[in-house]
Design a protein around this ligand. Structure first.
Ligand SMILES: [Zn+2]
Ligand SMILES: [Zn+2]
Length: 240
């Protein structure tokens, strides 16, 4: 898949100094994707076909619902459920057993299918941002400096970055990039783990009354490191 390079959002995300710049970009893209789903695109035939076919995961249904555009979401569900009714009846028709359920699960034909149009769009957007980030890092010394001073990435986004760097960067550039990434990630991991220790030890009665300082958000930081932004103060809060 071809990706466009757009370095402006990458710089903007780094200037906001969030924990994971890709989590920040993901939240911004998610806002747009959800607004677009409920906006004029509800009536666009191409959009309707895709929504009808894929639908939304539970999390994105919740985000759509929170917007309280009840008619917009109802219209999407109206045509989506027509498609789903056909699938439901295919599911409900008995057929002779050809392969065992467990064998099919291992080869992953049915269960791994993407079933959310927003998840699928966001995956593409994030890959595009990672592509731009890697490009910017290779071309801009000022960005390399900002990168070294940054807070690093959550682990799910780190895995995506490492995979794309290995796929798209020359061996020489990769070596330099991974050196920088190792410094940034290990600094962050150490800080998160140290704060978590302080937080857990604060439950010991011998530490009663000791101030927690920045270990107050240790649990949230640890969860967000392990799983991407999930809990606590949104990274969007520091963005104009
Ligand atoms: Zn992230
Ligand atoms: Zn989704």
């Amino acid at each position: 898949m071809k990706y466009q390079i757009d370095t402006v959002p990458i710089w903007d995300a780094y200037l906001a100094e969030p924990f994971c710049p890709l989590c920040l970009l993901l939240l911004q893209e998610e806002e747009r994707v959800i607004d677009r789903s409920l906006g004029a695109s509800v009536m666009e035939p191409d959009e309707r076909i895709q929504v009808n076919e894929m639908g939304f995961c539970s999390y994105h249904q919740q985000l759509l619902y929170a917007k309280q555009n009840r008619l917009g979401q109802a219209l999407m569900m109206q045509s989506h459920l027509i498609e789903e009714e056909k699938k439901m009846n295919n599911l409900l028709s008995a057929s002779p057993v050809k392969r065992s359920f467990f064998a099919r699960k291992e080869t992953g034909t049915v269960e791994n299918k993407k079933t959310c149009i927003s998840c699928s769009r966001l995956e593409h957007k994030i890959n595009q941002h990672i592509y731009s980030l890697l490009n910017l890092w290779q071309k801009d010394k000022a960005f390399q400096e900002a990168f070294l001073k940054s807070n690093g990435f959550c682990l799910p986004h780190l895995r995506l970055i490492c995979a794309m760097a290995k796929e798209t960067m020359s061996a020489g550039k990769q070596a330099d990039f991974f050196d920088a990434l190792k410094i940034v990630q290990n600094n962050k991991m150490q800080t998160v783990r140290e704060k978590l220790d302080v937080f857990i030890n604060s439950f010991d009665w011998r530490n009663a009354g000791k101030p927690l300082n920045d270990a107050r958000t240790a649990l949230e930081d640890a969860v967000n490191m392990a799983s991407g932004f999930s809990v606590g103060e949104s990274p969007l809060k520091n963005v104009k």
